[in-house]
Design a protein around this ligand. Structure first.
Ligand code: RI2
Length: 325
């Protein structure tokens, strides 16, 4: 039985009350920690099976941000040690949850430091949606006395740009909100684009909030540098073996009012949440391990994930699968 507190976190991720690739990864780690702490009784095998079912529930909430399965896999890998009691297994899970949360904080901190190095005082920077990693770069530049001026897209249909506006203005950054459709018009004033990522594929393609690839086109047209701020846990080991990143399609009710949908029963609406920007449009990816060209994504994947999923490791480990190996 999955505890109610854990199911609530899963629901928050699904409904986007918790959103943003790194926040989702952190929330998943917190949910796994909660689940481990709330487990009562049973054998080590039962505990492992229970934790895997919690992991599966979390991974099923949103399909695109690869930080989610990467976080769950990282935590559940703790269960591969041989344990003599549930207490021992629980402690191993707790340790990994804490390690992951602290890694996420340190990675964002490094990205802020490395990314702020590409900005010059007075730069006009355009950003899209709300990315903690991208915002951290902009705020760090400001703190270092290299004040930039930012255009933040409102980001329909969920308006995450308003969150970006709030975060930047609270940090004292000069930020102007624009409708998504104004991107090409303002691009003539823009020196650099910095966005976040939900997934980075082995070929260096970046999956990010819908509209990102149009921004990349507009930037390319004017020769504007296009940077992506992405921690290595957003790199998708599954793409190494040819898996495609699933693009989440969300409810039409995020695009138009329910009443409009009811009044127009034949209305067709598409609401893809993400799109893919090809590596040719990306100047560099700002990661916690350095500023890398998108073509180096496969090297990062090899270094971070080794031969894990590449050699056919299941997406989500389960005790049964382990026994079958
Ligand atoms: P950080 C968000 O997705 C945006 O696409 C953003 O660029 C990306 O996650 C990364 O965000 P959504 O959850 O991890 O709003 O940098 O659909 O915060």
């Amino acid at each position: 039985m999955i505890p109610e507190s854990v199911a609530r976190v899963a629901d928050d991720i699904k409904a986007m009350r918790v959103r943003g690739a790194s926040r989702i990864a952190k929330a998943a780690a917190e949910a796994l920690l909660l689940a481990a702490r709330e487990y009562r009784g049973g054998s080590v095998e039962d505990f492992s099976r229970y934790m895997v079912s919690v992991g599966r529930l979390l991974v099923s909430t949103r399909p695109t941000a690869v930080s989610l399965p990467n976080a769950v896999r990282y935590v559940l890998a703790a269960l591969r040690g041989g344990f003599s009691s549930v207490e021992e297994a629980r402690a191993a899970v707790e340790k990994r949850c804490e390690q992951l949360a602290s890694y996420i904080d340190r990675a964002v901190e490094r990205i802020a430091e490395i990314g702020s190095g590409v900005l010059r005082s007075g730069d006009v920077v355009l950003t899209h949606c709300n990315s903690v990693a991208a915002v951290s770069v902009l705020v760090r530049a400001q703190q270092k006395g290299r004040a930039v001026r930012v255009y933040a897209t409102e980001t329909r249909p969920k308006f995450q740009g308003l969150v970006t506006y709030r975060m930047l203005s609270e940090a004292g950054v000069d930020v102007t909100l624009i409708p998504d459709s104004a991107v090409r018009s303002v691009m003539r004033e823009v020196d650099k684009v910095i966005v976040g990522a939900d997934a980075v594929a082995a070929n260096g393609a970046v999956v990010n909030k819908i509209g990102t690839s149009l921004i990349a086109l507009a930037a390319s047209e004017r020769g504007v540098d296009f940077y992506v701020a992405a921690e290595t846990y957003k790199f998708s080991p599954y793409t190494v073996v040819g898996e495609l990143v699933v693009i989440e399609e969300r409810s039409p009710s995020e695009v138009v009012e329910e009443s409009f949908i009811r009044a127009h029963p034949r209305l067709a609406v598409r609401n893809p949440s993400f799109d893919v920007t090809a590596p040719e449009y990306i100047t560099a990816i700002i990661t916690e391990v350095g500023l890398i060209p998108p073509t180096a994504a496969a090297i990062v994947l090899e270094e971070v994930y080794g031969s894990g999923p590449v050699s056919g490791e299941p997406l989500l480990w389960s005790p049964e699968e382990d026994a079958a190996l």
